[in-house]
Design a protein around this ligand. Structure first.
Ligand code: NAP
Ligand code: G4F
Length: 343
């Protein structure tokens, strides 16, 4: 591990308003970092996940600073890096939805692939000795059979997977070509109560809460046979941080190693509320993908051995955590705001 410096570090996070960005910002603030979060401009508020740690610009000694920019704007990334001079950069920003990447492949490539390259090039142009974390994905393995580890070949099955593969190799290339401390965290699916509502786990747990409250009667899903390795997001951001504290930059798989089908997750989530999922779930081909990733199950031996990281929460406990959170959220919601089904 890197020796701790007397000065608390400065970190920059792209995608700070996302699931992982919010947990990572919490973690780094707790470790004493000053955190600069980059967020894109949207026409309505997109800061719900970080509202609880927001610090007003006039707060004396504030350690969470937000900046508006976009991963499509390379010049703004250079300017921000020169201004902030971070010790560590975490590139979590992306168009991260696999199904959507088939509808918007060029946008996905621009943000998810070229965005990562723009950031690496900005670090090089700014001439900083900054450590870079790239949010790589198990989607890159695609059709390669499990268990997948750092040596498994990539065979992406979506525009998102292809974009992440380019970002992965750009990260390796900047490490080899320019000596930049740049790492890939190859993270398998990780979820939480802050997961976006259209990813399958959150779509399910949100539906369970609404069905239990009598607000929804059916849940429409696509392929229930897909196998995923679902872990708990707050644990995964700790692995990201550990990767940047090593003597040498390297790439790591982060996973639980526990396989489960969408059907297994359904049983765990509905079961947590005492419901039988088969009474409520309907098939809708709209949610199937032109090419599916059938099985993702990670082998995180390297992370366990070198980072001392291991997943504690597996899919069944995760489903319970998420269902309980969605039930609490619904109970706290004013009645007039309860309409809406995630698709
Ligand atoms: P997420 O919740 O979808 O968050 C993505 C973040 O990227 C959000 O803050 C989003 O902003 C931001 N973003 C989107 N387009 C942008 C743009 N053009 N410029 C700047 N920012 C932009 O994703 P996550 O689950 O936290 O995942 C974090 C990263 O890890 C992503 O790169 C994802 O692809 C990758 N990853 C995730 C998993 C997983 O299972 N969660 C697994 C492997 C890899 P808004 O809030 O405004 O939308
Ligand atoms: O929850 P998902 O949309 O996640 P997916 O495609 O595995 O991608 C997530 O994990 C990746 C890591 O492997 C990340 F890189 C990526 O950013 C994202 O976080 O779908 C999971 C499975 C798929 O097989 C899908 O076909 O669930 C299946 N599914 C079945 N019905 C559905 C649905 N997925 C969604 N989103 N919605 C459905 O109605």
């Amino acid at each position: 591990m890197r020796p701790t410096t007397a000065r608390p570090g400065t970190a920059m996070i792209t995608g700070v308003t996302g699931q992982d960005g919010s947990y990572l910002a919490e973690l780094l603030l707790a470790k004493g970092y000053t955190v600069h979060g980059l967020m894109r401009r949207t026409s309505s508020f997109n800061t719900e996940r970080i509202d609880h740690i927001y610090q007003d610009p006039h707060t004396p000694g504030r350690r969470l600073v937000l900046h508006h920019t976009d991963l499509s704007d390379g010049v703004s990334l250079v300017n921000l890096l020169r201004e902030i001079r971070p010790d560590e950069v975490y590139n979590l920003g992306a168009q991260s939805h696999v199904r959507v990447s088939f509808d918007a492949p060029l946008h996905t490539a621009d943000v998810t692939a070229l965005g990562a390259l723009r950031l690496l090039e900005a670090v090089r142009a700014a001439g900083l000795d900054t450590r870079v974390y790239q949010a790589s994905s198990s989607e890159m393995f695609g059709a390669t059979p499990p268990p997948q580890n750092e040596h498994s070949p990539f065979h992406p099955r979506s525009p998102y997977g292809c974009a992440k593969a380019m970002a992965y190799w750009s990260t390796v290339n900047y490490r080899e070509a320019y000596g930049i401390y740049a790492v890939n965290g190859i993270l398998f699916n990780h979820e939480s109560p802050r997961r976006g509502e259209t990813f399958v786990t959150r779509k399910i747990t949100r539906a369970v809460a609404r069905i239990e409250a009598g607000l929804q009667h059916e849940l429409h899903l696509g392929n229930l046979d897909a196998v995923r390795d679902w872990g708990y997001a707050p644990e995964y951001v700790e692995a990201m941080w550990r990767m940047l504290q090593q003597q040498e930059p390297d790439d790591y798989v982060v996973a639980t190693g526990v396989p489960a089908t969408v059907r297994d997750f359904l049983a765990a989530a509905f079961g947590a509320a005492g419901l039988d999922w088969q009474r409520y779930v309907r098939h809708d081909p709209k949610y199937e993908r032109p090419a599916e990733v059938d099985q993702l199950v990670g082998d995180a031996t390297k992370a366990r051995t070198l980072l001392g990281w291991e997943a504690a929460v597996h899919y069944d406990e995760l489903a319970r955590i998420m269902v309980e959170a969605d039930m609490r959220r619904l109970a706290d919601m004013p009645v007039r705001s309860r309409a809406g089904v995630a698709s």
